[in-house]
Design a protein around this ligand. Structure first.
Ligand code: KIV
Length: 352
């Protein structure tokens, strides 16, 4: 008997004991109990209705639920089935390809912790990037170079616990994928298994192609990152605009095509001339997400601390501030200090 029918087992035993008292009914009772037991076992083996895997098409992106959707020309196959306990989120890499195909812009922001991820996911952001910019805005480092795999997994795990809708992409930190594709695969697998994210992102083109390819063989979706690549800051020595010269621009276009050809689902273009951003976006079939790459890309990404004005010392030309949380927080905290010092807080209604 399966475990889910323990009470039937004991009832059968009870009935058998009762029948054994009458010799004439012994064989008859045994047959009835045996038939009944077989019927119970069959019923228990078939899962009840709400245990059946739910088969449904993945949901459309925020705000587009009722529009006719067109299948884009892309190598990414749709995921059409989803079990009830699946971690598959609503926005998939396939969904991003669809968005590009129908000209719908993709919104992407960074997040590094549970509370912020919960807010921006509920607000309807399409993609959440657990960026290695956590090194700057969360840990206070000058560059992203010191960021470790363990810390990226910690941040990513905090974010994925909150996110129900957005696609979660995690940056592979410096030193975990360059020059050794086996180590790159091992690092990517750790990120995916331990954080339950949806995809990873790496900086670079041709130089890291072997790592990209090996990671893709494991079925891990990969996003590229070209233009300004902050992990290479010590090579270039500056965070200024990239690919202004023809030679560097041509290499960037070549790298973008290579990333698409090997199977990346998208590419971030950071701090490059708007014309180049537009050109790459029109040549690729996979989505491009720009940061300081003009309006011609398929989507935009910003660091959440910058766009909400938490970080008020960083004002590059490409940044638009949507809030001034530095001032809001400073005012709130100053008022709290004043209230505590004056004895105004807590009052009678704020105590037990
Ligand atoms: O780490 C990060 O936040 C990034 C974005 C700036 C694209 O890579």
């Amino acid at each position: 008997f399966p475990n889910r029918a323990p009470s039937i087992r004991s009832t059968s035993q009870y009935r058998a004991a009762w029948c054994c008292g009458s010799s004439s009914g012994r064989w008859f009772c045994f047959e009835i109990i045996y038939t009944f037991a077989l019927a119970v076992r069959e019923t228990a083996a078939a899962p009840p209705e709400n245990d059946q895997p739910e088969i449904r098409e993945t949901m459309p992106p925020h705000g587009t639920e009722n529009k006719n959707r067109q299948k884009p020309a892309t190598q990414h196959k749709p995921c059409t089935t989803m079990s009830t306990d699946s971690k598959t989120r609503v926005v998939t890499t396939y969904r991003l390809a669809e968005m590009k195909a129908r000209g719908e812009k993709i919104s992407m922001l960074t997040a590094y912790d549970y509370s912020m991820a919960r807010i921006i996911d509920a607000a309807g952001i399409d993609v959440i990037l657990v960026g290695d910019s956590a090194a700057n805005v969360m840990a206070g480092y000058e560059t992203t170079v010191p960021m470790s795999l363990e810390y990226m997994i910690y941040h990513a795990r905090s974010v994925t616990r909150a996110v129900k809708r957005a696609l979660v992409v995690v940056d592979m930190p410096f030193g975990t994928y360059q020059g050794n594709s086996k180590e790159a695969l091992a690092s990517a697998i750790r990120i995916m298994k331990e954080s339950e994210a949806d995809a990873i992102k790496l900086e670079g083109g041709e130089e890291i192609l072997e790592s990209v390819q090996r990671i893709l063989t494991a079925g891990i979706p990969v996003m590229g990152h070209l233009g300004l690549t902050p992990q290479s800051i010590h090579k270039y020595g500056t965070y200024s605009v990239r690919a202004k010269e023809k030679e560097e621009a041509d290499k960037l276009v070549r790298d973008a095509h290579l990333l698409e050809e090997v199977g990346c689902f998208g590419v971030v273009l950071e701090k490059i001339p708007a014309e180049l951003g537009k050109r790459v976006s029109s040549e690729l079939t996979i989505p491009t997400i720009g940061i300081g790459a003009g309006n011609g890309t398929d989507g935009q990404v910003l660091v959440i601390h910058d766009m909400l004005g938490i970080n008020n010392e960083f004002s590059p030309r490409f940044l638009r501030r949507y809030a001034d949380l530095y001032t809001t927080i400073t005012q709130g905290v100053s008022q709290y200090i004043e209230d505590v010092k004056s004895g105004d807080f807590p009052n009678e209604k704020e105590q037990y």
